[in-house]
Each structure stands twice: as C-alpha cells, then as structure tokens.
Design a protein. Structure first.
Lengths: 680, 337
C-alpha cells in the first residue's frame, strides 16, 4: 500500500538537517521504499510503499520514526518529536457532563474509545491543514472532518466524528447487521448491507458502517455544536469481507483491514482532541470512554549472539544490535551471549520471534553493508530430472527445423469440446476469469492448431512444437500432470510427421514402433480416425500420430492438411534408453541386390520387411526400402515396392552359390505369403 | 627391364593417355582381368632363378604406372574445375533451422548458471493443494492471496488435510515438497508455470517463475547476496551487481526486494532507470515456520529462497515492450530469437 508524505510535514517530527535526497535514499535502503517523489511548490512529496506487515509505518509520524532510527545508526544528527497533545490525559472541562450509553460486541471491536466535545465552532480549516490534506490527496471539508483525516494521516489511526445531537437517546450499540438492513452513507449512497456487517445503531436506526464510512444521518454539518470523537479498532477479517462484498473501500477501511495497534488508540484520541481544542474551540464534555477488555500482550524475545552472526555473516557486537533495537523503540537487556528484546506496542503484531529481531537489526545496519560470498556447504548429489533432459530435446528439434511455441495452459470450453472430454472429467476452474480461461488443457494439440491458424496467412510451411504439462482429472486426488510434446506440421502428410517422430526417437535413444489403431481402440477425436496411429516404445503406448481431424481444422479455420503427433514424455523418460555398444566392422563387403515387386496396396511395409527378414536368414543382414510407388499402370489397388537387400558373411564376401538359395527363398516367400508379383 | 613387362608398361601408358575415366583406366590395368594383373600372374611360369629379376621389373613397372595414373587423375580434376565457374557471393543452400521459445532460452541459461553452483532443476505440480501453495508457507487462512479473487481454484473435492486444489500462484509450493523429497543440504531450482487471476497491460494470467531454495546449516545473508551476484553477472553481463532492500513475504524472514544495476548506466542513474537500479524480484531467509512445515528444525537449519518472474527477466535483457507477446506465438516474433 502506498502513501504520500509531504516532506514539510515529516520534518515537524523528524528534526534533522539531512537533505531530502539522503532521507529518500536511506529510507529506501533500510525501511519502506520511496518509489517516487513530486515537487509541490517549495515542498517535496514522497510516494512511499509500505508493506502490509508495517501498519505502524503507514503514517507521517510512523515514517518519521523509521527515518529517525535509520539516520541515527548512520550517525546523522536527528531527533524524533511526537505530535503535540498525544500524551495529554483527557479530562472533562465542562460542568455538565454529557452521557453516552454504549453497548458493544468486543469480538467485533477489540477496543472502543470515545469522548464528547462541546462548544464546537464549525469553520473552514486553516491553510496549514488544508494544504497538507490536499498534498495527500484528501479534500478539505471543514475543521472537524479535516481533523479526523489529518490525525489519521499523521498517526495511522482512522477515526470518526459524530454529531452528538443526532445520536438518538445518546445510545450506541455496536453489533452485526441483520438480514435486509441498509444505511445511507456519507457519500449519499444507500447501501444494502450483507448480514454480519459491523454497524452501530442508536436508539432506533443504523448510524455507522463501521470501519468504512459514517452514516449521513449522524454526520457533522455546518450546524453541529457537539461531537463525539470516536477512535477504535475492528476485526480485520470482517472489515475485509465487507469491503469485498460491497466492492467499496475507503482510506479508513484499508487501515482497519491491516489491523490496528490497540495501544496506539489513546494517543490518537488525545491528538484529535488537542486539534479540536486548537482549531474548533472544543471543550471536553464527558468522561473518556475506553472499552478494552483483552489487552495486547507484550512478549520478550531472546536472540543469541551466534544466531545473529550466522545470519549476518559478520560479527556484530550485541551492544550495537541493542542500540539499533532501542532506536526503533524496543526495550533491550544485553547479556554476554544473547540479548532479550521487547518490541514497542506498535510493533507487537509484527515482531514475534528471533528472525524478526534479526530483520530489524540487519536492515538498519544495512543489507548493502553486508559482504557478498558464495555458499560453501556440500553440494547435494541429484539425478537429472525430465525437465532438464527436455532442454536437450528442444535443442535437437530446433536444429531439425522446428520452432517452439508456448501457449496458455487454460483453454476455453469450446476447445475442450473438440477433445470430446466431458467437463466433469476434466480439470475445471471454479472461478475462471472469463469463459476463455476455463479448463486446464488435456492435450497440447488444440493450442498448436490455434497457432497454425493465427500464422497461416504469413507462412506456408509451419513446423512447430510445444513441450508442456497436460492435465487430467484423477478422482479426488490432484490431477495427473504429465509432460507431453505436441508437434504440428502445416500443409503436410503422414510421412513427414513420422519422419520427425523417427528423428525424435533417435534423440531420445528409445525404440519406436508405429502401429495401426485397432477398430476397438478409443479414438483420439483430435485426429482423423482413419488416418491416425499409435506410437509405441518398449511395447508401451506413448502417443498418437496422424492427420488433424477435419472438425478441428474447420473450427480453427486451418486451410490444408495438418500432420500432428502428441507423445507422453513422462512415460518415455521412464523407459530404458538404448546405449550404443561396439559391433565389429565387417571385414568383407556385402553383396547388394535390389528386389522390386508389386503388392496389394494394404500390405503393410512392416510385414514385407518381416517376411524378407525371416526368409533371408542367415545372410540378409540389412533391408532398406528404396521406393514405394502407386501408378494406375501397375493396377488400381496395387503398389510397387523396391527393396535393397544386403547379403553379408563374416568370413568372406558371399558368392553366387551362397546368395542364390537365399534369394530364391526370399522371392518365393514374397510370392507365397504376400501374393507378390516379382518384377524383373 | 624384362621385355614382357616393358610391353605391358607401354600398353598401360597408352591406356592412361587415351582415356578420360580414371576408374575405367584402373580396371583395365589392375582389375580382375587387367593387363598388369595378367602379367603378374605369369610369375608362376617363370623359372625360379629368373623370378627375382622378373619381380624387380614388375615392381619398377608398377611404380611407373601408378605415378602416371596419379598424374592423370590430377589433370582430370584440374580440367574439370577449369571449365566451371562459381559465384561465391550467391546464397548457399543452408538447412532451415528452427527457433526455441524465448522462455526456454532463458530457462536453459538460468539452469546452466545455477548448475555451476550445484543447484538441480526439479519439477513440482502446477495444480497443487492449498496446503503446499499457502498454508505450509506461513500464510494464514484469511490472507488476501488465498481468497478467490486473486487465486484460481479448481472444481474438486476438498481434502481434509490439504484443503482445496488451486493453480499455484508461485513456485514456492515446491519449497516444502522439496523438503519432503530430500534432506539438507538442499539446492533446488524450480521453474514452472504459475497462475494469477489478473489480466492487464503488464500481467498475464499465466507466467513463469523460477525459484531457488538453499537449505543448509548456518546459511547467511551474504551467501544470498553472493548467489545473486553470481547469477546476475553471468546472466546479464560483467559488472552487473545486486542489492537487497527490506520487503515483506509471509514465507521469509528477513525478506528482501532484489535490485540489479541498470545495464544502460551501470548504476549511475539515467533516463531509463532513474535511480541506477532495476527491480528483479523478491527473496528472503526461509521462515522458521516453513522449515517446520518441511519437518526441519529451525535451530539446526536455515536457508534462503528467491522467486523471480522469467518474463520480467527476459524483458530486461531483450527489451520486449509487452510481455503478452511471449504467449501470442506470432512466428514473426518467435523467429527473431
């Protein structure tokens, strides 16, 4: 959260000659960050980011306190002066005391303070208050309203001023709202309140939306003569819930949400009363009301010398550490090897253990003043994980000519429909940002198809891949999240995608077998059923390969035929990799012979090779497919296949006598088992 | 020289000078039915006392023929090349190389740098339990990040022990998981997709973070600084250093914001960076409650952790104006890197 700090106002409490530049630098290095600064006439305004754990620094005085401690350690001359009146005890000044009947639920409001002031003269605020409020972005209204905002900015405690005479029967009940209640807030809006909102009711109506904004009906106006100054703290969780439900947050609410230091409340009340006396002629007309049943605890924390130097990496004297803590308001007892520190009440919620103390000491000392060294511990021995293996795989694909894409893992409902996986079987978001970001994708192919569609007007030969996790529902367990690779080739065919997959398996050093999908097997609806196949390795199914389903192509508006493959790398990496071992190089050259034959079109090439391999034993050591072609001249449902056979012997070059019987066995096997027509 | 040998030598020289095919010449002379092969075969018809002389002649002839043949081969090459002309400035026929995504390139570099410090890349779930993403990290139940305004929740059954399933908003969900996987010393790098319910000019609902976790005995803030300086110098360039400023995270104590010196002015201050420093990301010493969540005794062990956005780190290095470009997958963008 950010706040604006006019330097002139800061210097009311931070008495030092140090320049604005130094204050800014030192604050940012050791405390809350000064993100920006602006000039406003003669004055400089700092825009400071205060982290949520430091509500004590979310005020002018809080920043002055921080800066004072930081500059003090830097040996600059500096004194911290508190706002006048904060320690004044509130005693009645009028003869007739005004009453207030208060009933509160202390669970909702852990501390409730109030006092009634009489003799109020409503008037415009003096220039000093006006200018400072405006520098901080708050509009000036009148002296009383302005004082409540001024004190809030100054000390961090939000407060409210009620017109005493508008409180029916001087009764105030602080409770949770019931169903159907509503309130006209100060800004003129009639708000319907959700059940359980913290509110104040007088004798017969709601008068305050606690912690957020006062009611119109109890507000201070130009005719107000008597006021209630009201400083309190609320249950932060409830306030936050209300601001979210109503989608309405104020400066006061932001502070209540972070939690208020209960022990700072009397000081804020005293300061407000002091300002009201000074600028509105106020006289205290009641006893101080202070309902504070459960006092904030003050704990002591022990920090050992050794722990401190372990963290700092240097030896800092305990006395120096104690000095730093004291300048921050801690009370410290120093021993020989440890110190015991008690945080001041404004830090009680934030500083709880040794590490918190170490942080206070180290940051004021200055992290930038600590040395820089590399870790010296033992290096753990770890196996390589899939994610780092994948880096090599990506590089190989790059050099094979493919480009890597990365798409969002969250997809629209329409894309899920293309996969034919039902929403109840998928990983669905309960609170999507929009219908475009609703399901976790079960396949990479839909995202890749989208990339093709978006780029096809500028490229005709797109070859892309993505490696990422996909998500599938796993009952009540966490979804199955496996690493997949999706490859998509624009304007392509099965032969080309299979070629890439063959290269991929060479890089992966695992065996590859592509087999036809059986009729009964579940189709991947993303692939064209008759043009898709299963990818196996070591007899395990590891993926699918084929042509993108025309329905998907149509949905994305892709022209032309798209060849795709999707493989499960998590599975593949668990399979054993083949390692290369030495095979003696043949001493004698082989006899190489080509065989051409005409087969029925549906005869799988794998079967042809298998038949030749069997019949060619023991001489045929290698079989290559030279050519496969289809031509109406050789027959409508026929194809011609040319094979190259390598006849090899270890003890010599095979002679015609060696080769002839094998050759005949091969040709005869082709003719008999596969009804081939051998071509001469 | 033996007259038969001399005759074959003359024939060989004639073959060499008349043919333009070096392989053919070789076959005619030294092949199965070559003239020299036949001549060498005559050895068995020579009487034993004349074999030595015959052999010598054969060798001499062979050497001469081979010399002539070599000369012939060279001249054939020369004559071939002197009839060709090439334009050396015309483009060559190169293979078309693809491109890795910028995020992968950054990941590769980051992994490589941290590998040298003994950090290993681990992988942890993106859809994880609330417990690992928040509660184990000392974030109380009502912390703003845990409500459904900022974090994506998954439609699923609530686990009694682990709470709801969420899309992790940071890689820190890997911290306690790592402590469960192995005992210290721990040097872990976790790079993963993260998700936050936010979309505007500088935020995408999905982004990448890289997280480092170092747990050992007596881990100090200077070691944190040293690790960051090592990374920034290697990733961004020589002379680039880091500095720490106070910040707040629930899972670290002390917590820091990490800045690096601006690459343009090297820390002096300029129009680009104003102060000389650019924000890199957050870090801190692992909070004792987080160590306890991982069943480690904070009296014995301490550690540091950091989590930085990869997109931001990339933008600082390559000057990409809008990080959404990274996920639009326009090939004209991807092919630039």
């Amino acid at each position: 959260m950010n706040l604006l700090i006019p330097l002139s106002w800061l210097r009311d409490y931070l008495k030092t000659d140090v320049t604005a530049k130094t204050i800014r630098e030192q604050l940012s290095l050791c405390g809350p960050s000064v993100e920006r600064e602006e000039k406003r006439g003669e004055d400089t305004i700092f825009d400071i980011e205060v982290t949520t754990n430091r509500p004590d620094a979310f005020s002018i005085y809080g920043i002055a306190r921080e800066a004072n401690a930081i500059l003090d350690w830097q040996k600059a001359k500096t004194i911290l002066v508190p706002p006048s009146g904060i320690h004044e005890t509130i005693t009645p000044q009028t003869k007739q005391l005004l009453n207030l009947e208060i009933k509160i639920d202390t669970k909702l409001c852990p501390r409730f303070t109030a006092v009634v002031l009489d003799n109020i003269k409503i008037a415009p605020s003096p220039a000093l208050l006006k200018n400072r409020l405006e520098a901080c972005g708050i509009r000036s209204i009148n002296n009383i309203v302005d004082i409540s905002n001024y004190a809030m900015l100054e000390l961090g405690n939000p407060m409210h001023m009620f017109d005493y005479d508008k409180i029916h029967e001087a009764k105030m009940t602080l409770r949770e709202s019931r169903k159907g209640e509503s309130l006209h807030t100060l800004d003129g809006i009639n708000r319907k309140l959700p059940e359980g909102t913290i509110v104040i009711e007088d004798a017969d109506r709601l008068i305050d939306l606690c912690g957020i904004m006062g009611g119109e009906n109890s507000a201070v106006s130009s005719r107000t003569k008597r006021i209630i100054v009201f400083v309190q703290a609320y249950d932060p969780v409830k306030i936050r819930k209300t601001t979210q439900t109503l989608a309405f947050r104020t400066d006061a609410a932001s502070r209540f949400e972070k939690g208020i230091d209960l022990d700072s409340i009397p000081e804020a009340l005293s300061r407000a009363v002091n300002l009201c006396k000074k600028y509105a002629g106020a006289k205290v007309a009641s006893e101080l009301i202070d309902i504070y049943p459960n006092k904030q605890k003050n704990i002591s924390i022990e920090l050992s010398d050794s722990k401190l130097s372990n963290y700092l990496g240097i030896d800092l004297k305990l006395t120096d550490a104690a000095r730093i803590l004291k300048s921050l308001g801690f009370s410290v007892k120093t021993g020989n090897q440890e110190l015991v520190a008690t945080p001041p009440h404004w830090r009680a919620a934030d500083v709880i253990d040794e590490e918190d103390l170490i942080e206070e000491i180290a940051r004021i000392y200055g992290y930038h003043n600590l040395p820089s060294e590399l870790p010296v511990g033992q290096i753990p021995q770890e196996d390589e994980t899939d994610l780092s293996r994948v880096i090599k795989l990506k590089t190989a694909l790059k050099y094979l000519g493919l480009t890597e894409t990365m798409a969002y893992s969250i997809i629209p409902a329409d894309w899920l429909k293309l996969t034919e996986i039902k929403p109840q079987d998928s990983v669905e978001l309960a609170n999507p940002l929009s219908s475009d970001w609703q399901f976790m994708r079960p396949s990479l192919l839909v995202s890749l198809a989208d990339v093709i569609a978006k780029n096809q007007n500028m490229r005709t030969n797109i070859k892309i891949f993505e490696i990422a996790k996909t998500y599938s529902k796993n009952g009540n367990e966490l979804p199955i999240q496996e690493l997949k690779i999706g490859i998509v080739l624009q304007n392509s065919n099965f032969e080309q995608i299979k070629g890439i997959v063959e290269n991929l398996f060479e890089v992966l050093a695992r065996p590859l077998v592509v087999i036809a999908r059986s009729e009964a097997a579940r189709q991947s609806s993303l692939l064209e059923p008759s043009l898709s196949a299963i990818v196996n390795s070591h007899n395990k199914e590891v993926g699918t390969i084929g042509i993108l389903n025309h329905k998907v192509a149509q949905y994305f508006g892709i022209d032309g035929q798209t060849a795709v493959a999707e493989l499960n790398l998590s599975t593949v990496y668990q399979l054993p990799a083949t390692s290369n071992s030495y095979h003696p190089i043949p001493k004698f050259p082989p006899i190489i012979e080509d065989v051409s034959a005409i087969f029925a079109k549906e005869t799988p090439v794998a079967e042809i090779i298998k038949t030749v391999s069997e019949a060619g034993k023991p001489l045929v050591k290698n079989i290559e497919i030279l050519d496969i072609y289809v031509d109406p001249k050789i027959g409508k449902d026929k194809k011609s296949v040319t094979l190259r056979l390598y006849y090899q012997k270890t003890d010599g070059t095979p002679t015609e006598e060696d080769v002839k019987p094998i050759r005949e066995s091969v040709l005869s096997a082709l003719e008999k088992s596969l009804s081939a027509q051998i071509r001469k | 020289m033996d007259p038969k040998v001399a005759e074959v030598l003359e024939q060989a020289e004639k073959i060499i000078s008349s043919s333009q095919n070096a392989d053919q010449i070789y076959i005619e002379i030294f092949g199965k039915n070559g003239i020299f092969t036949a001549l060498a075969g005559e050895m068995k018809n020579i009487s034993p006392e004349n074999r030595a002389a015959f052999g010598q002649s054969l060798n001499a002839a062979k050497q001469q023929i081979e010399k002539a043949l070599t000369k012939k081969r060279s001249s054939l090459v020369v004559s071939r090349s002197s009839t060709q002309s090439i334009d050396v400035t015309a483009p060559g026929k190169a293979q078309k190389i693809g491109h890795l995504h910028l995020v992968s390139q950054a990941i590769e570099e980051i992994v490589d740098i941290f590998k040298r410090l003994g950090f290993t890349l681990q992988s942890y779930p993106e859809v994880d339990w609330d417990w690992y993403a928040f509660e184990s990290l000392n974030m109380p139940k009502d912390h703003p990040a845990r409500d459904d305004w900022e974090t994506f929740f998954v439609k699923s059954e609530r686990s009694a022990k682990y709470g709801q399933q969420v899309l992790t908003p940071h890689t820190s969900n890997g911290q306690v998981r790592e402590m469960e996987r192995t005992k210290p010393p721990i040097r872990m790098l976790n790079i993963s997709r993260c998700y936050r319910r936010q979309i505007d000019v500088s935020h995408t609902p999905m982004f990448h973070q890289f997280e480092g976790l170092y747990i050992d005995k007596k881990v100090s803030i200077p070691q944190l600084k040293g690790t960051f300086d090592f990374f920034t110098e290697n990733f961004f360039g020589k002379g680039r250093v880091t500095r720490l400023r106070p910040h707040h995270f629930r899972f670290t104590e002390p917590s820091f914001e990490v800045d690096i010196t601006c690459g343009v002015c090297m820390g002096k201050g300029c129009r680009m960076c104003k102060s000389g420093w650019l924000e890199l990301g957050g870090s801190g010493m692992v909070h004792p409650n987080v160590l306890r969540s991982g069943n480690l005794d904070p009296k014995i062990y301490s550690g540091f952790a950091f989590g930085w956005g990869i997109e931001r780190t990339i933008a600082m290095k390559t000057e990409i104006p809008d990080i959404r470009l990274l996920y639009q997958n326009d090939l004209r963008f991807l092919e630039q890197f």
